[in-house]
Design a protein around this ligand. Structure first.
Ligand code: NAD
Ligand code: G6P
Ligand code: MN
Length: 443
């Protein structure tokens, strides 16, 4: 059986040990010849690698693991590249969240002005990653990309690297499916969903299990409780942090008002923005929660290892995040044609949205990439919201490519999270200062 060379770019990520654990859980069906971890922060990479190597020792001691900051070593002959870079790391995430909040605007890593700031940091490093992979990797490689803000990254790579062998994915739909499955007491793998939208901006329209429509049961639960399930900690560790409990709960308010479709939790930032701002502590945002939680647990475990030589294998997050990227890779590797929600160019799948929009819809994942499924026409309310948000994403990508301050300002102004052009300008000017050295220059 063929064994694959797989590289994780952003190997110093807090998610790496969990992804590796998911990979090794499938080592019989998806065997690896070599696992490589690549990061541009060598120190961080080496620390996270301590945990990864323990995971490998436990589940596949025969597997060769290599860590590097050198692109040639990382990508030579690689067949799969999992990308998960956080350009600017959590200290810049904190800025993305706190700057807009100081102006009374939603502060979020992928939505609103914060998401656009993160986008401007990430577009060119992603293009560079693709170039390095194309230079060194197996010509039939696939890049499976989690790096956020995935909507902006997908739009930008469509324009800058149209021939790249990249699939942009997000774990939010599959996490939402996991909660919906818990609500109806089913295995998440049995749920077949219909869905349309952009990344972090979409709706489930139908859920079936064994051909039976179960949408109404989920809808009834969501109108009462959101997508909170009784014991979230049993369902998922990360998504049971206090801020995530609120996110699942907020689905209730969106469902009370718009009961037709089940929203992606991220829609709360656009539809419930004022309430979100009111309930957020500008001094302590999700970035702080992550730095004090998921990130700290990993680095504490490394310190513990350095003291005692023992690694606590419960110090990292495992769950749908790792399982999903491995499932997508296996469908690509073996032409399994499994149906997943991924980001693809619309090309008529949603008939009344722009042809060139990067939509998130169901697709069959084949060895040649995603084969999107036709969605048809969508109702006015959803179409209008999506078109506005897509224009925001398109404008921020154009701002990066054309070095245009005005287009960046248009993007912020058009975001549903921002109340006026005055506010947009104040926030943009502060974000420019905070992102010096990271953003393309805007004139
Ligand atoms: P993290 O900060 O723990 O790790 C990111 C790593 O990327 C760091 O080690 C950093 O040094 C590295 N990095 C930054 N720029 C790089 C570059 N140019 N080249 C190589 N490495 C680089 O972040 P995290 O919280 O673990 O998240 C990792 C990424 O995955 C983020 O982009 C996050 O937004 C994304 N993510 C996406 C989804 C999704 O649904 N699409 C889900 C979870 C996480
Ligand atoms: C979900 C989203 C990701 C996002 C993550 C943030 O999984 O799909 O796009 O990066 O949440 O999680 P965090 O724990 O870092 O706030
Ligand atoms: Mn996501």
């Amino acid at each position: 059986m063929h064994k694959f060379i797989l590289t994780i770019a952003g190997g110093g990520s807090t998610y790496t040990p969990g992804i590796v654990k998911s990979l090794l859980a499938k080592k019989e069906e998806f065997p690896l010849k070599e696992l490589r971890l690549y990061d541009n922060d060598g120190d961080r990479q080496e620390k996270v690698a301590i945990i990864v190597k323990e995971v490998v020792k436990e589940f596949a001691p025969e597997l060769k693991v290599l860590t590097t900051t050198d692109p040639e070593t990382a990508f030579s002959d690689a067949e799969f590249i999992f990308a998960q870079m956080r350009v600017g790391k959590n200290s810049m995430r904190e800025q993305d969240e706190k700057i807009p909040l100081r102006y009374g605007v939603v502060g979020q890593e992928t939505c609103g002005p914060g998401g656009l700031a993160y986008g401007l940091r990430t577009i060119y490093p992603m293009a560079e990653l693709i170039d390095l992979v194309e230079k060194y990797a197996n010509p039939k490689h696939w890049i499976v990309n989690y790096s956020n803000p995935a909507a902006v990254v997908a739009e930008a790579m469509k324009k800058l690297r149209p021939n790249a062998r990249i699939i942009n994915i997000c774990d939010m739909p599959v996490a939402t499916i996991r909660n919906m499955a818990a609500v109806i007491g089913e295995d998440r793998n049995k749920l077949v969903v219909d869905y349309f939208g952009l990344n972090h901006f979409g709706w489930f329209t139908k859920v079936t299990v064994d051909g039976v429509d179960r949408t109404d049961e989920i809808r009834k639960h969501a109108i009462k409780h959101g997508l909170l399930v009784e014991d979230m900690t049993k369902v998922d560790a990360q998504h049971s942090d206090p801020s995530w409990i609120k996110n699942w709960k907020n689905i209730q308010y969106m469902m009370e008002m718009f009961p037709d479709y089940i929203p992606n939790p991220y829609l709360q930032y656009y539809l419930l923005g004022d309430s979100i701002v009111e309930h957020t502590n500008v001094e302590h945002t999700r970035a702080n929660e992550v730095m004090e939680g998921r990130e700290k647990r990993i680095f504490d475990a490394v310190d513990e290892y350095n003291r005692t030589g023992e690694v606590d294998l419960s110090s990292f997050y495992t769950g749908v995040h790792g399982q999903f990227i491995v499932d997508v890779a296996m469908s690509l590797a073996y032409n399994l044609r499994k149906r997943f929600l991924v980001m693809v160019e619309n090309k008529g799948a949603v008939m009344n949205l722009p042809e060139d929009a990067m939509v998130e819809i169901p697709a069959y994942i084949t060895s040649d990439g995603p084969e999107p499924i036709r969605v048809g026409e969508i109702p006015t309310f959803y179409k209008a919201l999506i078109e506005q948000q897509y224009a925001v994403e398109k404008l921020i990508v154009e701002a990066a490519i054309e070095h245009s301050y005005t287009k960046a300002l248009m993007a912020l102004t058009l975001s549903k999270t921002v109340p006026s052009a005055f506010k947009a300008k104040e926030i943009l000017d502060e974000l420019i200062k905070a992102n010096k050295g990271y953003w393309p220059e805007l004139n």
